[in-house]
Design a binder for this molecule. Structure first.
Ligand code: ATP
Ligand code: MG
Length: 386
C-alpha cells in the first residue's frame, strides 16, 4: 500500500508535555489536509497517511511541508514486516547502473534479522537485479530505506523530503506581529510561528499619506503567512494623527524613536485586550538607525509586562531575504507601496537615542490620548489563505 510516512522532531524533548504536543501536531496535520481524503494512523515515532488520492500526492506533500513540527516525510510502500514481502517490494526498485546503499532501521526488534543482515541481503538482491549497479556505502547515487516499525509494518522508500521542523503551532502561546509592508516582518512572524506561536498581526497605516494599495499589500502578506499559520486576526489602525502630532511638536531626529515608542504602547494595549503574550517585530541589529541597540532599548522601555521578540535580530538582510523567498512573501514585500514609516521621514534620525531625551520630546505630546485615539481607529480583518 502506498503511504506517506511522517517524522516529527523535537517532540521527544518534551517529557510530560509530549501528549499535548503530539495531539496539537496531529490536529494541525488534519486541519492542513482538511480538503483531502485520507486515513491517519500513528505508530511509535511515526505518523502514516494512507488511502489518499495518489493523483494529489504532490499537493498533499506541499501542504504537509507547511506543518510546523514535522521534520521530514517520505512517500513509501507499506507492507507487513515479513522478509518475503519486503523483498518483493525492494526487488521492484529500478536502480540501473547507479551505485546505491540500503539503510535499514529496525524499531521492531522481533523482526528475525538484524538491520545489518537485512541490509546486506537486500543489497545482494538489488545487485543481482540491476546489471552494472554497485554498492557504495559512503557516497551512493541512490539511497534505499527500509524502516521496520513497532506496528509490525515495514516502510520502503527512496526519498526523504525535508519539512519545516519547529514546534506545532499553538504550543507556544500567541503573539502580536507588527506587520509592515516590508521584507522583514513577515519573516519574523513566520519564524515565531515555526516555534509554535500563533499569530495575530497589527498594521499601522498613514492614510491618506499612504495609499490603500499599501494596506492591500499588508493584507496580501498576511494571507501568504496564513499558508503556514491558518487564520490571522489582523488589526489595522491609523497612525496618521500620531505622525502629524510628532511632526508638529517633536525634534525631527527623534521622530522615528517616538513613533516606535507609540507603536509599542498601542501594540501592548492590543495584546492585553486580545490576550496575546508577546510583541514580535522584524528588527535586525544595526540595519537602520532605529534598529541600533540604543534605539531598541528606548523603544522597548515603554512596554512593561510583555516580551518583545525580534527573531531576525541577528540575521543579515540576505538571510532574511532567502527566507522570505522560501515562504513566498518576497515578491509582495518588494512592491513599491510605502507603509507609514516612510512618511515624514527625517533626514538624520538619531542613532543613539536616550530614554531621557525621548521622554523629554514626549512631554510635548499627550501620549495617553494619542494612544487611545489610535486604538479607536482599529479595524479588525480576519485573514485566511485564499
Ligand atoms: P520591515 O521589512 O519588516 O518593514 P524594516 O527593515 O523596513 O522592516 P522598519 O521600517 O524600521 O524596518 O521597521 C521595523 C519593524 O517595525 C518592522 O519589522 C515591523 O515589525 C515594525 N513596523 C514598522 N512599520 C510598521 C507598520 N507600518 N505597521 C506595523 N509594524 C511596523
Ligand atoms: Mg519597513
Amino acid at each position: 500500500m502506498k503511504v506517506l510516512l511522517l517524522r516529527f522532531g523535537e517532540l521527544y524533548l518534551k517529557g510530560n508535555n509530549r501528549n499535548v504536543f503530539e495531539n496539537t501536531l496531529i490536529q494541525n496535520i488534519k486541519t492542513m489536509l482538511k480538503d483531502e481524503q485520507f486515513t491517519f494512523s500513528k505508530t511509535f515515532g511515526r505518523y502514516v497517511i494512507s488511502n489518499y488520492d495518489e493523483n494529489r500526492q504532490d499537493e498533499i506533500i506541499e501542504k504537509l511541508k507547511k506543518v510546523f513540527g514535522l521534520y521530514s516525510l517520505s512517500p513509501a510502500i507499506e507492507v507487513d514486516a515479513q522478509l518475503d514481502k519486503i523483498k518483493e517490494v525492494v526487488s521492484q526498485i529500478k536502480i540501473g547502473r547507479q551505485s546505491f546503499k540500503v539503510f535499514v532501521k529496525r524499531a521492531d526488534k522481533t523482526f528475525p534479522l538484524s538491520s545489518m543482515e537485512l541490509a546486506r541481503g537486500l543489497g545482494e538482491l538489488l545487485l543481482n537485479q540491476n546489471v552494472g549497479s554497485s554498492v557504495d556505502l559512503y557516497n551512493p547515487q541512490k539511497e534505499i530505506y527500509v524502516d521496520i516499525r513497532l506496528n509490525h509494518k515495514a516502510y520502503i522508500f527512496d526519498e526523504v523530503i525535508k519539512c519545516q521542523g519547529g514546534l506545532p503551532l499553538g504550543t507556544a502561546g500567541n503573539g502580536l506581529l507588527l506587520l509592515s509592508g516590508g521584507i522583514d516582518s513577515p519573516v519574523a512572524g513566520y519564524l515565531m510561528a515555526k516555534r509554535g506561536m500563533r499569530l495575530e498581526a497589527l498594521h499601522f497605516h498613514s492614510y491618506p499619506y499612504t495609499s490603500t494599495q499599501a494596506k492591500d499589500k499588508v493584507i496580501k502578506l498576511a494571507q501568504l503567512l496564513c499558508n503556514y499559520v491558518g487564520e490571522i486576526k489582523l488589526h489595522i489602525v491609523s497612525f496618521t494623527k500620531v505622525q502629524e502630532e510628532i511632526h508638529k511638536r517633536c525634534k525631527s531626529e527623534y521622530m522615528i524613536t517616538i513613533m516606535r515608542r507609540i507603536m509599542m504602547r498601542v501594540a501592548e494595549k492590543i495584546c492585553i485586550a486580545n490576550n496575546l503574550g508577546a510583541i514580535i517585530t522584524g528588527e535586525s541589529l544595526g540595519q537602520v538607525a532605529s534598529q541600533t541597540m540604543q534605539s531598541m532599548t528606548v523603544t522597548g522601555s515603554v512596554v512593561d509586562n510583555l516580551p518583545i521578540f525580534r527573531p531576525c535580530i541577528a540575521m543579515d538582510k540576505e538571510e532574511i531575504i532567502a527566507i522570505s523567498k522560501n515562504i513566498n512573501t518576497y515578491e509582495t514585500s518588494i512592491l513599491p507601496f510605502e507603509d507609514c514609516c516612510t512618511v515624514f521621514l527625517p533626514k538624520n534620525p538619531v542613532i543613539k537615542p536616550t530614554i531621557r531625551q525621548a521622554e523629554s520630546e514626549e512631554s510635548y505630546l499627550n501620549i495617553n490620548s494619542l494612544v487611545d485615539e489610535c486604538i479607536t481607529t482599529e479595524e479588525v480583518v480576519l485573514i485566511n489563505k485564499n
